[in-house]
Each structure stands twice: as structure tokens, then as C-alpha cells.
Design a protein around this ligand. Structure first.
Ligand SMILES: Cc1cc2nc3c(=O)[nH]c(=O)nc-3n(C[C@H](O)[C@H](O)[C@H](O)COP(=O)(O)O)c2cc1C
Length: 199
């Protein structure tokens, strides 16, 4: 096998799901948004997700103390905003205002969701581990909320081979896209019995 540098290897190891992490700022009553592709489901019972945040990001210091967060699922109409939340820092800008996002009150956590997202996932953080230059947060899902009026294709972080994807935005090494073709609106694929069910 050929030995590769990490960055090159990563290019082959795409796509990855993209989420927008909303974390509270302990220095005020504001909230920051970070674009994340280090995301994974890590349990069914209870439903749990894990995300990792690098130490050079402003969100790192928020992640060290947060007890709750919201993970919003961005659709294709939020490609530019998702790239900008992954480019600008909460040290310098209020990303809710910059992106024109509307805060959506969540029933189970005191963190707002993003109204314009396809879905918002409410998370109670149950564990955190420093994993090298990232901190990994493990969270229990306490609510899933689907925006039934806006079920679009969800954004993916894609590599240089865009065959099979529609590339929507590129900035530096990051590319955001969606699976090519198919229906723009996925609502027909959803069985309504899944909607408004328990976690
Ligand atoms: C598509 C994409 C995926 C990203 N994934 C992550 C990630 O999983 N973890 C991370 O720490 N940073 C990730 N980043 C970089 C941060 O989003 C970026 O550094 C951001 O500006 C940090 O914002 P903050 O300083 O407000 O925390 C990603 C950026 C993009 C564009």
C-alpha cells in the first residue's frame, strides 16, 4: 500500500455529514455557531451523538464548560451560511446575525435551534474527552425537530472528486455539496409516523 499524508488521505475519505453546532457563550447571553464535520452517532439507546472541536477555535472554550448544545442540520439553501460559520470566528462576529438566522426556542434545552435548518437536535452533554488537539463532546439526544416546510438535501463535506455530487461552495480546502439528482424535496420519503415521535 502507498503511504499518504493525512490531508491527502482525508481527500479520499469523503463525504462526511455536516452539522452546525450551537453552543452558549459563558461570557454573555449569546450563542456561537460552528460548522462541524467531525460528527458521529455513537449510541441508539439512549440516542447519542459525538462531535469534536479543535483547540484553535473559539468554540473550544465554550465546549469545555457547556452542558447543552443544539446540532442543526443544514440543507442546500444554507450552503453559503454553513461555509461562513466554518470560516469566521465567534471571537469576531455574531454568526446568528451575520447569517440572518432566526433563533428557534427548543423545548428541552436552553440553547436556540436554527429555524432555517432542516432539523434541530437537542443535546445534553454527558461526557467530554480531550482527544489530542480536539475536545470530543458526547451528548444524549433529548429531542429531534424536523422543519417539515423545508426538507431539502442535507449538506455534505465532499472531496475533490465531485462525481455524484453537486458542488455548492468551495473555500480553501473545504467543499460543501449535496448528492446529485433525485428530488429536491425529500418529504415524500418520510413516513409521517416518524414525525413527532419519541426520541
Ligand atoms: C465543512 C467544514 C467542516 C468543519 N468541521 C470542523 C470540525 O468538525 N471541528 C472543528 O473544530 N472545526 C471544523 N471546521 C472549522 C471550524 O468550523 C472553523 O474553524 C470555524 O471558523 C470555527 O469557529 P469559532 O472560532 O467561532 O469556533 C469545519 C469547517 C468547515 C467549512
Amino acid at each position: 500500500m502507498k503511504k499518504l499524508k493525512r490531508k491527502i488521505f482525508r481527500e479520499f475519505y469523503q463525504p462526511s455529514k455536516v452539522l452546525l453546532g450551537v453552543l452558549p457563550d459563558p461570557d454573555g447571553d449569546s450563542f456561537n455557531i460552528i460548522t462541524l464535520c467531525f460528527t458521529t452517532t455513537c449510541s441508539y439507546k439512549p440516542a447519542m451523538l459525538a462531535i469534536s472541536i479543535e483547540d484553535r477555535n473559539y468554540s473550544y472554550k465554550l465546549a469545555v464548560v457547556a452542558s447543552e448544545m443544539v446540532l442543526a442540520v443544514p440543507g442546500e439553501s444554507l450552503a453559503e451560511e454553513t461555509m461562513s460559520c466554518g470560516f469566521f470566528s465567534g471571537r469576531d462576529v455574531d454568526k446568528f446575525s451575520q447569517c440572518g438566522f432566526t433563533k428557534e426556542v427548543m423545548p428541552n434545552v436552553s440553547i436556540p435551534g436554527i429555524c432555517e435548518a432542516i432539523a434541530n437536535i437537542e443535546i445534553k452533554i454527558v461526557n467530554r474527552v480531550v482527544t489530542g488537539d480536539h475536545i470530543t463532546l458526547f451528548g444524549e439526544v433529548v429531542g429531534y425537530h424536523l422543519n417539515e416546510s423545508n426538507i431539502e438535501r442535507n449538506l455534505l463535506a465532499i472531496g475533490p472528486n465531485i462525481l455524484g455530487y453537486e458542488l455548492l461552495v468551495k473555500k480553501g480546502m473545504h467543499r460543501l455539496g449535496v448528492i446529485a439528482g433525485g428530488k429536491k424535496n425529500y418529504s415524500d420519503f418520510f413516513d409521517n409516523s416518524f414525525i413527532n415521535g419519541d426520541v
